[in-house]
Design a protein around this ligand. Structure first.
Ligand code: M6R
Length: 630
């Protein structure tokens, strides 16, 4: 949600800023802007509502020449998407310029106070208070002797280090702010300086040759550098083109070595596919291999990350997440309760946050989040940690905020997911959750060794099965074409087929805007069957399972009422053809593991239906890749 870029170097800043914003488009946004300090010491500010091309059109032909600048893609929270509300925002003097991601929760109070002190606001955003707060702090610091930092803060504390007055002013301003932020600030009075800060929102420093950078995510930095430092909670950073100075939330200078980004640019680009989403769907076999690499050896599942967790007193497990990550948890519940003989509860992040279950050291709370930045999931994990539960993160993003909240982190290693809708992260989450479940079952001695081996072998075979599903997209494409004018679809399944149906429905509605709902097939008669009338389309998970016959009965019930049925069924099952109008075959898999393959035709269906309907597949309307606000 929102994207930040910043640069301080020798070359013109604008090309990096615009390219960086393009690489962050996947985060979701509705306006964009850049600000560059020109060599003559003036500020060039360009902002445009709508897509990035509007900003590019505005800037083309009058590119600012300065080498220091910041840029932003805004996903509106306070104030509608408009040129005026687009970032960057400036203070009353027009000399301080800020971009921000997150929500300033006490902004209304701060704005009233600032207005009472004579500040004039030009936007409806919460962000603008930051520019005015920094303006006040800089005015106060102006009384200090030139270049004599450390300086004394308002309350008499000594604020350590150099990094310029702007860094000190940002630090002091943020002490008055409640909420979440990642921000970047520049000032005409220190035109060689770029300052960043982060709390509950991601910000990454890129260390280049003769230039240093800030960005919300690594893809924006990759064309320039692979050496990065992720800001931790409450940290600030001051950059000039030669130095990167880090400070903790108390203003104390901290040292941290950069890490080297292993994955290359092509992993963050489309590699010949028309959309990131399709590329990521097709990457799943390889992504699954990476997710399972080193975790299934000698016929057993083993995750070294679990070694550091004391699970001896754990008697129940909570899987917390939002959206697709929540559905991955729901699938895992079915497997884990059988394998671990422990009660497993799945809770949506935003629900757990305000209605937490009673937690103590007997609970293991696993926060599932592709991005590791989802505000609700992180808040739930923080609460669990405070309550004394064992806490673990399952995420794709190394060093993300969530990993700083929990005791241990397990990574997906599926590579960057750029498309806004989750595809390879979902199957990666399932694969790692299965491996984790088998490892925990081995540690607890709740499954016999032969069954552990059998399941580990079946899990190891999943990447090939997914590849086989992807090899035959044509039947799905035909069904997608038939969906173009459909306005509502039901997805049904039993057991693990139920959360798989939920994920299929979520995928379809997210990218194609066709209304879709997932239901446990046994629930049809309790209400949703009222929607069934001649011609209605229904997608059924009908692969081999203990409840296969029950699903067939459900299909008969809807067919009797004229519904058209698309069944996802196991290869070789010809009997299903009597119960369905169309069959999408998938390779055989053990029932509990089957969601990894069964979801693939549903991902393809959502993708092709969206393309047929002319939707923006990679950036569906109103959606953001990381939901960093409540
Ligand atoms: O990054 P996270 O896994 O925490 O994100 C959670 C949800 O916001 C995410 O899964 C969302 O539902 C996607 N749009 C699903 O495609």
């Amino acid at each position: 949600m929102c994207g930040i870029v910043g640069v301080v170097g020798r070359e013109p800043a604008a090309p990096f800023l615009l390219d960086g914003l393009r690489r962050l488009e996947y985060r979701g946004y509705d306006s964009a802007g850049i600000a560059v300090i020109a060599p003559n010491g003036t500020l060039h500010l360009h902002r445009a509502a709508g897509k990035l091309q509007n900003l590019v059109a505005l800037v083309t032909g009058r590119e600012p020449h300065g080498a220091v600048g910041i840029g932003h893609t805004r996903w509106a929270t306070h104030g509608r998407p408009s040129d005026e509300n687009a970032h960057p925002h400036t203070d009353c003097t027009g000399r301080i310029c800020v971009v921000h991601n997150g929500i300033i929760e006490n902004f209304a109070t701060l704005r009233d106070q600032l207005q009472a002190r004579g500040h004039t606001f030009r936007s409806e955003t919460d962000t603008e208070v930051l520019a005015h707060l920094i303006e006040e702090e800089l005015a106060r610091l102006a009384a200090c002797p030139p270049a004599s930092l450390p300086v004394t803060a308002a309350d008499g504390r000594q604020v350590e280090g150099d990094g310029g007055r702007l860094r000190v002013a940002v630090h002091e301003a943020l002490l008055r702010v409640q909420g979440a932020y990642a921000l970047a600030a520049i000032s005409l009075d220190e035109p060689h300086l770029l300052v960043g800060a982060a709390r509950h929102a991601p910000l990454v420093v890129g260390i280049g040759d003769d230039a240093n950078y800030l960005a919300s995510d690594i893809p924006a930095l990759l064309p320039r550098t692979r050496l990065v430092i992720r800001l931790r909670e409450g940290e600030l950073v001051a950059l000039d083109r030669d130095r990167v100075l880090l400070y903790d939330e108390t203003g104390r200078a901290v040292e941290r070595l950069p890490t080297y980004v292993e994955w290359d640019q092509s992993a963050a680009e489309k590699a010949g596919y028309p959309h990131f989403t399709l590329k990521e769907i097709h990457e799943q076999p390889e992504a699954l291999r990476r997710a399972l690499a080193g975790r299934l050896t000698d016929g057993r599942a083993y995750l070294a990350e679990l070694d550091g967790l004391d699970l001896s007193r754990v008697t129940r497990v909570y899987l917390v997440g939002c959206g697709t990550s929540h559905y991955a948890g729901m699938v895992a519940k079915y497997a884990w309760e059988q394998w671990l003989r422990l009660p497993v509860e799945c809770i949506i992040g935003s629900e757990m946050r305000y209605a937490p279950p009673p937690l103590d050291e007997h609970a293991l709370v696993i926060a599932i989040s592709q991005s590791g930045e989802t505000a609700d999931t992180r808040a739930a994990a923080e609460w669990a940690a405070r309550a004394g539960a064992r806490t673990l993160a399952l995420t794709n993003v190394v060093g993300s905020s969530l990993t700083q909240t929990v005791e241990a982190s397990v990574y997906l290693y599926v590579g960057p997911e750029i498309g806004v809708v989750s595809t390879k992260a979902f199957t990666g989450q399932l694969a790692v959750l299965y491996a984790m479940g088998l490892d925990l079952a081995a540690r607890r001695g709740t499954l016999p060794p032969e069954q552990l081996q059998e399941l580990a072998a079946a899990l190891a075979a999943m990447p090939e099965r997914v590849a086989a599903c992807l090899a035959r997209p044509e039947p799905v494409q035909r069904i997608a074409a038939a969906c173009v004018n459909v306005d509502h679809l039901l997805f049904i399944g039993r057991g693990v087929g139920y959360p798989t149906a939920l994920e299929g429905a979520l995928k379809l509605k997210e990218v194609s805007y066709i209304h879709a709902e997932g239901y446990p097939a046994g629930e049809l008669k309790h209400g949703p069957i009222a929607l069934v009338e001649p011609g209605k389309l229904l997608i059924a998970l009908a692969t081999a399972s203990a409840t296969y016959d029950k699903v067939l009965s459900n299909l008969e019930e809807v067919k009797a009422r004229g519904a058209r049925v698309v069944a996802i069924a196991t290869e070789g099952d010809t009997a299903i053809q009597r119960h369905a109008d169309h069959v999408l075959y998938v390779p055989a898999a053990p029932e509990l593991l089957s969601p990894i393959v069964n979801v693939v035709p549903m991902q393809l269906l959502a993708y092709y239906a969206a393309v047929e309907r002319g939707c923006d597949v990679d950036q569906p309307r109103n959606l953001a890749k990381s939901v960093t606000v409540e």
